[in-house]
Design a protein around this ligand. Structure first.
Ligand code: RIB
Length: 290
């Protein structure tokens, strides 16, 4: 059993700022660093550091080939990562004094996924595998349709939320992992319990994990609802916290652990992540967590 993560790989340009830039304002940044990022790649780093067998599928341009090497050095199977003739996806990230972020992404190579790529990725899928998806690559509706009938558990993190998400065949998703903004957009509700009720009503065969930052996480399926509180830490950079949670949660789930343990692992790993700068670089290893 393995986890195939078909997702984005970005170069993150991270600027430390006093406050997020306002319309018409030119703002000087006090620090600038380049990190590896992309919701997809971050989740693969987290899965590998949590000890799961993960195969990342995605695309980078020539100047992003170092990201493929870095994934490999971290234990990710990169045989489905292609270096193509397109600019590597990138993110412009402002991080303020509170450790909060504001992000602009440019998809580049992440948005050049073709039907042939999808076929090649899904050829590797075996019954019992997990297929993890975020919303930073194109052609997700086709990925979902083509994965149908393969016997894989489809996990979807609809981040960043866009209008087109609602047009995807979401009934094919087995596990949704959403934050409150994404949950609200999918359910048209804003109270956490109401979001989960609506998700269960709309997608009765699916399970949903709602991540709420400092307020913790709630899991819901048709039989149970489990809440785990967040840990109190001093955040310096929250970038990648959600991705870290997803990687650790899914790694534990794929080992057959009880849901509560999966949630606790995710919460603990993301609490460590926010105490450090950067996305992928701030994800802890399992030994550190334990
Ligand atoms: O979730 C954090 C990630 O979002 C960053 O690494 C950035 O690349 C964007 O994709």
């Amino acid at each position: 059993m393995k986890i195939i993560n078909f997702g984005s790989i970005n170069i993150d340009h991270v600027y430390g700022v006093d406050h997020f830039v306002r319309p018409g304002e030119t703002l000087e940044s006090g620090s600038y660093r380049i990190f590896s990022g992309g919701k997809g790649a971050n989740q693969s780093f987290a899965l590998a550091r949590a000890g799961a067998a993960v195969m990342h599928a995605g695309k980078v341009g020539p100047e992003g080939a170092w990201l493929k090497e870095k994934l490999q050095e971290n234990g990710v199977d990169v045989s489905l990562v292609k270096v193509v003739d397109a600019p590597t996806g990138h993110a412009i990230i402002q991080v303020n004094k509170e450790g909060e972020n504001a992000i602009i992404i440019y998809g580049g190579a992440n948005r050049t996924v073709s039907d042939a790529d999808i076929e090649k990725v899904l050829e590797q899928a075996e019954a019992g595998d997990y297929l993890l998806l975020q919303n930073e690559i194109n052609a997700l509706e086709r990925v979902l349709q083509k994965a149908k009938g393969k016997g894989v558990t489809v996990v979807f993190n609809p981040a960043p939320m866009t209008k087109s998400v609602k047009s995807y065949p979401l009934e094919l998703v087995d596990i949704f992992i959403v934050n409150e903004i994404e949950g609200e957009a999918l359910s048209a509700e804003n109270d956490p319990e109401a979001i989960l009720d609506a998700m269960l009503k709309r997608y009765p065969k699916s399970r949903t994990v709602l991540t709420r930052g400092k307020a913790g996480v709630i899991y819901a399926d048709e039989k149970q609802r489990i809440e785990v509180a967040a840990l109190k830490v001093k955040a310096v950079d929250t970038t990648g916290a959600g991705d870290t949670f997803i990687g650790y949660f899914l790694a534990e789930l794929s080992r057959g652990s009880a849901i509560e343990k999966c949630l606790q692992r995710g919460v603990k790993a993301s609490a460590i992540c926010v105490t450090r700068k950067g996305a992928a670089d701030s994800i802890p290893r399992l030994e550190e967590l334990l």
